[in-house]
Design a protein around this ligand. Structure first.
Ligand SMILES: *[C@@H]1O[C@H](CO)[C@@H](O)[C@H](O)[C@H]1NC(C)=O
Ligand SMILES: *[C@@H]1O[C@H](CO)[C@@H](O)[C@H](O)[C@H]1NC(C)=O
Ligand SMILES: *[C@@H]1O[C@H](CO)[C@@H](O)[C@H](O)[C@H]1NC(C)=O
Ligand SMILES: *[C@@H]1O[C@H](CO)[C@@H](O)[C@H](O)[C@H]1NC(C)=O
Ligand SMILES: *[C@@H]1O[C@H](CO)[C@@H](O)[C@H](O)[C@H]1NC(C)=O
Length: 507
């Protein structure tokens, strides 16, 4: 290798970006900014074949009307920002910063050779329930607002768009709102120009679901939707059919019960017709109700068995996807059980028959009650997954009176709580814990680990990229404020992953 190309290689190697997909972690674009595109959808550039992802641009100041951001990628893992595809306009009736601009989807039409963007257009009280439409000659925009309409005269809340790969026709998916007259879910065909809806193909009556998407296999259609629990996750369900007109099956869960679909809400899905295999991706949102602009994207492979009519979303901390071949595989890491780590202060190990080695670390709180893992590192930035359960029961507080705060009953499991709300025991919805993560006692660099609330006995994970030394390292976890208190979630284990392979330079 010539010196020059070696230098070029090293320069690229140090700035190389993730090729792995890490669901629920903070994602960054190629400029190092946070990936800010929620409840989005994917489209393909006709000229280049490149992927473009459109989503809600959420900021602290403007969580719902921040416009539509757009990113492009060749591998679904490395994303380049193209700014806003649809920019809010002050004083505009439908796309002002005060408007609701949600769940944008883009599709190309041969009729006018334009890209068409559709979304849920509304006012801040959700009283309009319309579908917005904008077009652009260029996939990345800027999109020019056309209209906001009532689909075939009805209402439209959460919006989805599905294109049948067999005949190229596109369909709008939407719930017709929360009113007693509404609560239906619609599957409605677009005209070929993608400028209007043509006719209702199917209605799921009174299911009262939202966040719809359809994934198509060679033989089936699966419609995925979530229940309506606001920004709290729930059990996403799917229906199966041979044809879009139905009959559709009964709904079924797409992931293990009580995981609340790994703390996600459905919204989009994608079929990769690879040269070696077909892969189906579930492309969901992991909402953060406390700070909605910090919500995460969770993309996971789905296992589909058309013979059994089954679809399952499978959790992986990290996986390596080849969009050309369609092949993917989970990345293997090394496990460190909490049962073998060192607890400090009021943190301690408690019997938990659902946990690794039947013990879970609990009582993690602020700076004085922590847990320290000793792990092997490879002298690089490495992903580390933290497996947690976010339930701390009253019992723990009385057993260990270290922290006499208000009894922390969380939300009692979104559905197991008395009268459907946590008020009876003066609880509040707590959608996440925040833990502090410190590597090798470097207190100057406190990594914040957001841990979604879980049901009792359910263990979920979230990954953080941490700088590890070659050889032994310590990883210490304490509690930070989640707005209510400074408890960290209970920890089951951590998993340390190898450094990502450097991307070869593009010549
Ligand atoms: C279309 O978008 C690409 C990518 O952002 C940009 O390079 C190009 O200049 C745009 N073309 C037009 C006609 O706006
Ligand atoms: C929407 O459809 C429902 C039935 O699905 C009907 O009761 C309602 O009146 C319709 N709303 C409008 C605005 O047409
Ligand atoms: C899948 O891709 C191949 C090319 O790799 C193409 O020949 C085939 O028609 C595609 N199949 C479908 C169902 O899209
Ligand atoms: C923990 O310590 C840091 C500094 O060491 C401090 O900034 C922070 O407020 C402390 N957090 C809590 C919850 O006590
Ligand atoms: C809840 O709060 C109310 C009003 O502050 C109080 O009267 C009641 O005793 C509290 N209940 C519990 C279970 O703490």
């Amino acid at each position: 290798m010539a010196v020059k190309s070696l230098l070029a290689f090293l320069a690229l190697a140090t700035t190389a970006h993730s090729k792995w997909i890490v669901p629920g972690a903070r994602w960054y674009d190629t400029e190092g900014n946070i990936f800010n595109a929620h409840a989005g959808g994917l489209a393909i550039d006709r000229d280049t074949g490149r992927f473009f992802w459109f989503g809600e641009h959420k900021t602290k100041e403007d969580p719902e009307g921040g416009g539509v951001s757009v990113y492009s990628s060749d591998d679904l893992a490395t994303w380049t920002s193209h700014g806003l595809a649809l920019t809010p306009e002050d004083g505009h009736e439908f796309i002002s910063p005060e408007s609701i601009i949600q769940r944008p989807k883009v599709q190309y039409s041969d009729v006018d050779q334009k890209y068409h963007m559709w979304w849920h257009a509304d006012d801040s009280k959700y009283s309009l329930l319309l579908q917005g439409h904008a077009t652009s000659d260029n996939i990345s925009g800027p999109y020019v607002f056309d209209k906001a309409v009532a689909p075939l005269g009805n209402w439209s809340q959460d919006f989805g768009l599905f294109t049948d790969y067999k005949d190229g026709r596109s369909y709008a998916l939407y719930s017709n709102g929360d009113s007693v007259q509404g609560r239906d879910n619609y599957l409605t065909r677009f005209n070929e120009a993608l400028t209007d809806l043509e006719d209702v193909v199917y209605t799921w009556p009174k299911f009262d679901l939202e966040a719809p998407t359809i994934i198509q296999t060679e033989r089936s259609y699966y419609a995925l939707m979530s229940h309506k629990t606001g920004y709290r996750p729930n059990n996403v369900v799917a229906f199966r059919a041979d044809s879009l007109e139905g009959p559709w099956s009964q709904p079924f869960f797409v992931s293990p019960a009580y995981t609340r679909t790994f703390s996600t809400q459905s919204g989009f899905s994608w079929r990769i017709n690879g040269t070696k295999q077909t892969t189906y991706l579930y492309m969901a949102d992991q909402w953060d109700g406390n700070s909605i602009w910090e919500s995460r994207n969770v993309w996971l492979p789905m296992d589909i068995d058309d013979d059994k009519g089954k679809l399952e979303v499978k959790w992986h901390d990290i996986y390596d996807l080849d969009v050309k071949t369609g092949e993917w595989e989970p990345v293997e890491g090394k496990e460190y059980p909490a049962a073998e780590a060192k607890t400090i202060g009021g943190a301690y190990l408690q019997e938990a028959n659902f946990a690794t080695l039947s013990k879970i670390a609990t009582g993690i709180y602020g700076n004085d009650s922590k847990i320290t893992f000793e792990v092997d590192g490879q002298g690089d930035d490495q992903w580390v997954s933290f497996y947690h359960q976010s339930k701390q029961l009253l019992l723990i507080i009385s057993e260990r009176p270290t922290h006499r705060t208000c009894p922390d009953i969380d939300d009692m499991g979104f559905g197991d709580q008395p009268m459907g709300a946590p008020d009876r025991i003066n609880g509040t919805w707590q959608l996440r814990r925040v833990s502090s993560v410190v590597v090798n006692d470097n207190e100057d660099q406190v990594h914040t680990l957001y841990q979604k609330d879980t049901h009792k006995g359910i263990i979920l994970s979230t990954a953080l990229k941490l700088p590890l030394n070659k050889g032994k390292n310590t990883i210490t976890v304490g509690g930070l404020s989640n707005g209510v208190n400074i408890k960290g979630a209970d920890l089951d284990k951590i998993v340390v992953y190898p450094p990502e392979p450097r991307q070869p330079p593009k010549c």
